[in-house]
Design a protein around this ligand. Structure first.
Ligand code: PLP
Length: 383
């Protein structure tokens, strides 16, 4: 059986089966060298000249993610934002971008600010609405359609296959921020996406101990080459130690994401009937507007992220967050430990997130303990 024939969870656990050729080590070594010697003909060895362009430690994580996503190649970056920026900066002045009207707020802000200086026009539309998306693309001028699914912080689900059809019909590429779904639950390239982006800080690393970003491409084409130039000359590379932590985290990706999904589903079902909660936003609940698409597009679960609207205002929501003992009141998501966040406070001025919304990142703890923790914190709203 060849490594490519192994099931994804096996490929991840074995990091594609790589054995260190110098030592027989079952864990790839951390390569800290910043530069590489040339041979007697003054040629670089294995194409490596300088670590800002390439480093063997992050190549192990890249090979694994490309395999799990079914892509032609992958690239690590110093953060998820750096990965997304490399895609956007590979566009040319005059190009048009369509992006979701609800998406990770940091990236929306970056898109708006960068677009002005770079001569790119951006339209933000509800990408889950096929008619709105089809009306927003400008054939010949739209070069990138960006979607995020499920999408922060209300977990809207965009149909990737339809978005790909609309993007390609206009001559644009489709990029999918698949940070929350991960390749465990959704494989955007199989559905027609051209680029998959991850804030690898989240589920891929999974332990809240490395900031990282990754891109995967369906084709190793001229656009991908431009993205590579952005990394090499923009310099937003990942350090070798972070690359090591990332690969170590990816080896347990399947266990962690499946556990988080099971926990989130249980918590969502429990809170759906809770007196202190007016609404639960989770694609795994039948009343979620994206449930039917999620059922088709996501395999094996609906992810570890959900939001709740509580019976109370912003101060009361923050009070619930700080009253939890297991759920930590911190930003970010996708780690083994559960987090709770008052998103409107963190997003700050201009946020469109409702004041009564709390975002939950469900970790891999026992769901019974997590439910008891939330019930105790929500009880303060009922007194
Ligand atoms: N995309 C999503 C969905 C995110 O949640 C985040 C970070 O929270 C990012 C992108 C940005 O990633 P990073 O923080 O690794 O730069």
């Amino acid at each position: 059986m060849k490594n490519e024939d192994w099931k994804p969870a096996t490929r991840a656990a074995q990091a594609l089966g790589a054995i260190d050729s110098a030592t027989g080590g079952v864990v790839p070594s951390v390569h800290v060298a910043t530069t590489y010697v040339r041979n007697v003909d003054y040629e670089s060895i294995d194409g490596r000249t300088y670590s800002r362009a390439d480093n063997p430690t992050y190549q192990s994580a890249e090979a694994l993610l490309a395999s799990l996503e079914g892509g032609a190649a992958a690239m690590c970056f110093g953060s998820g934002m750096a990965a997304a920026a490399a895609v956007i900066q590979s566009l040319k002045p005059g190009d048009h971008v369509v992006a979701p009207d609800a998406m990770y707020y940091g990236l929306a802000k970056r898109l708006r600010e960068f677009a002005v200086g770079w001569g790119i026009s951006v339209d933000f539309v509800p990408t889950e609405d096929w008619d709105a998306l089809a009306a927003a693309v400008r054939p010949g001028q739209t070069k990138l359609v960006w979607v995020e699914t499920p999408c922060n912080p209300v977990w809207t689900v965009t149909d990737i296959a339809t978005a790909a059809e609309i993007a390609h019909g206009a001559g644009a590429r489709l990029a999918v921020d698949s940070t929350v779904a991960t390749p465990v639950l959704t494989r955007p390239i199989e559905l027609g996406a051209d680029i998959v982006m991850h804030s690898a800080t989240k589920y891929l690393n999974g332990h809240s101990d490395a900031i990282a970003g990754m891109l995967v491409t369906a084709k190793d084409d001229e656009f991908w080459e431009r993205v590579g130039q952005q990394r090499a000359y923009g310099g937003a590379v990942l350090g070798p130690f972070e690359a090591f932590l990332l690969l170590r985290g990816m080896r347990t990706l399947y266990l962690r994401v499946n556990a988080a999904s099971r926990g989130a589903q249980r918590i969502a079902e429990h809170l759906a009937g809770h007196e202190a909660v007016t609404r639960v936003l989770y694609p795994g609940l039948p009343d979620h507007p994206g449930h039917d698409i999620a059922k088709r597009q996501m395999t094996g679960g609906f992810g570890g992220m959900l939001s709740i609207l509580i019976r109370g205002d912003a101060a009361m929501a923050r009070g619930v967050a700080t009253s939890c003992r297991l759920f930590k009141p911190a930003t970010s998501l996708g780690g083994v430990e559960s987090l709770i966040e008052h998103r409107a406070t963190v997003e700050g001025e201009g946020t469109r997130t409702p004041d009564d919304l709390l975002r939950l990142s469900v970790g891999i703890e026992d769901p019974d303990d997590l439910i008891a923790d939330l019930d105790a914190a929500l009880a303060r709203l009922q007194n």
